[in-house]
Design a protein around this ligand. Sequence first.
Ligand code: DAH
Length: 348
Amino acid sequence: MSKQPTNTTTSTSAIERLRDEGLAALRGAASLEELAAAKSAHLGKKSPLALAQRGLGQLGPEERRQLGQAINAARAALEEAEAARRSELEAERDRSVLAAEAVDVTLPPRTPRRGSLHPVHETMDAMVDVFVGLGYRVVTGPEVESDWFNFEALNIPPDHPARSLMDTIYVRGLGSEADAYGVTDLLLRTHTSPVQARTMLAQPPPVYVVVPGRVYRSDVADATHLPAFHQIEGLAIDAALSFADLRGTLAELARNLLGPETRIRMRPHHFRFTEPSCEVDAWHDGRWIELLGAGMVHPNVLAHVGYDSAAVQGFAFGIGVERIAMLRHGITDIRLFVENDLRFLSAF
Ligand code: DAH
């Protein structure tokens, strides 16, 4: 006895109608999303075709064979149509993605403007590199410094006239009350030399250090002065260092900065923290140019930090960085370094 389920499609013409509806939906899908929806509606587990397939078991053998063939043919046609439409739509999508991501290599570039090192820092780096190559260590110290480190440790006692040469900017004035650490006078360091004492207090000899940093003087800015500028301090302390070592070291610096043929000369000078002291000039562009101050470290400086001046000695030097940067780049007004005019800065 065969019963007739209500929702089972039983005629081949009905199957063909389902096929045609499905083909129309699949072929007409305007996007991959629409195609997926049409596929699920016409080929999915709950599609009329799938339901018809499930109903086959209730039919007689001949009917089942005929209808089964029709269903299989319809399914094959739908699958083929789905695959064909899918490859069309995928190709379309790829084309539009490629178009959207296309790069016009003929357009002018819009790269951001590149920054560069400030010429003062570039010069400072170049000098520090020379000393690092000679085995020196790079150390730094505070810009707000105590009177003791800036002056006394360097053999410049209170009330010594040498102080008036340095136009010191005080942070807490002479004669004001001591703070919790007993410090009465704080100032903006007038040179990098206080880091000599800081370094020697922190370690036993031998010492080979360079100290790049900013220093301050109460100067009015003009073509050759700034109230804030940069120095590089050098300090070498060892068992047997001589004035000849100082000369060789500074000659090496000059050759690296100004060219391999550069000659230097040493002129007698006076600094409180070196004895003997000198100024060093380099022969550059047909004239002698002052490069820096230097000398053999004064025994009083060694004594202040507890070094035995009978056992060790050494030399020190101090270089104005802006001055060297001006030489290297042919700049005649030091104020250009702080005006931050991009036309000037981007020339380097
Ligand atoms: N501190 C000195 C200044 O600012 C420069 C100087 C000279 C430093 C001689 C030194 C030195 O270490 O030995 O003018």
